[in-house]
Design a protein around this ligand. Structure first.
Ligand SMILES: [Zn+2]
Length: 317
């Protein structure tokens, strides 16, 4: 435990550990510089020590489950030259002057974001910080420049847990390469509006086609931001919509025929004064493909899919 570099993977060999204390789940490690002669960076005179101030800094939880608190003993120095009187404090490279956590915490937070199952909130809990801070750290270090827009772009959403009031992030893709042009943390207009408006008009004007699903705000992007583009709903969503409509139609037909057949049965039974059971009508047979119970819907869906598999081949983007 002599080398702070070994413990924290931090670079500063002049620092030594002067005390280690364990209090519950906290490990308190006192760090200070070895006492050496100091010379004024301004005039070169010797500096003298004017006392020590202890600063408490948090470091993310150690592997053994302990929370690490670093107690930094910082010496204040003043130049002995009466005409200079330059003052300075010991500074530790692994922590900024105004921060209460080590710089290594930031790197560990960013590393945690690599796990797609983690949310800002869960990372924040683990590092004893707020989710706003965790997101700020990410934004501070991770710079992901937007790719230029191509003349065909596609827009879709992906489920994330990045934004409190919107669980869907917006993905903008280059249609030709499939590369993500950018990822917006929310598909809400308060995020998308300033974003698209900030893209230079010359670049937006080059977009000719905007592919999306049938979500209305996406369709309206063309009118709002891409004056030379045509909105295109991709074939997958069109086919999905057609299949759904046909399914609904067939189910309604089936219901009508069932009702008609039941009424016919009741009428004949009343006329003959006994309970008459008619065979399944041709119409009902076709609608339900003569399948009983739960497999009925599956049969309808699979037949409509077969029908529309070939329709799809005629839909050209
Ligand atoms: Zn000086």
């Amino acid at each position: 435990m002599n080398s702070i570099t070994d413990i924290l993977d931090l670079e500063d060999s002049d620092i030594h550990v002067s005390n280690i204390q364990v209090e519950g789940t906290q490990k308190l490690i006192t760090l200070e510089y070895k006492l050496t002669s100091h010379f004024c960076p301004s005039c070169g005179f010797r500096m003298h020590s004017r006392g020590i101030k202890t600063r408490s800094i948090r470091h993310p939880i150690l592997q053994d489950g302990y929370e690490l608190i670093l107690l930094l003993r910082q010496r204040r120095w003043r130049c002995t030259n009466p005409d200079c009187r330059y003052e300075t404090n010991d500074s530790f490279r692994f922590v900024d002057r105004s921060r209460r956590t080590t710089n290594a915490s930031d790197m560990l937070i960013i590393f945690a974001f690599r796990n797609l199952n983690e949310s800002a909130a869960s990372i924040a809990r683990r590092f004893n910080t707020s989710d706003t801070h965790a997101l700020d750290v990410f934004d501070r270090y991770v710079k992901m420049d937007r790719l230029p827009l191509s003349d065909i772009i596609s827009i879709d959403e992906v489920f994330t847990d990045m934004d409190r009031d919107c669980k869907y992030a917006l993905v903008i893709q280059d249609f030709y390469t499939g590369d993500p042009i950018d990822l917006l943390r929310s598909r809400r207009s308060r995020v998308t509006e300033p974003y698209f408006a900030a893209i230079p008009p010359e670049e937006r004007n080059k977009v000719k086609y905007l592919l999306s699903d049938m979500y209305n705000p996406y369709l309206s992007f063309v009118d709002k931001y891409f004056p030379n583009a045509v909105s295109v709903v991709d074939s997958f969503h069109v086919v999905q919509w057609i299949i759904h409509s046909i399914d609904m139609y067939i189910r309604q037909l089936e219901k009508n025929f069932r009702k008609r057949d039941r009424e016919r049965e009741e009428k004949i039974s009343a006329e003959q004064g006994r309970s008459v059971s008619l065979p399944v009508s041709d119409e009902l047979y076709i609608c339900s493909e003569n399948t009983a119970g739960s497999s009925c819907q599956t049969a309808i869906t699979s037949s409509t899919i077969r029908i529309f598999a070939w329709i799809r081949t005629f839909i050209v983007l």
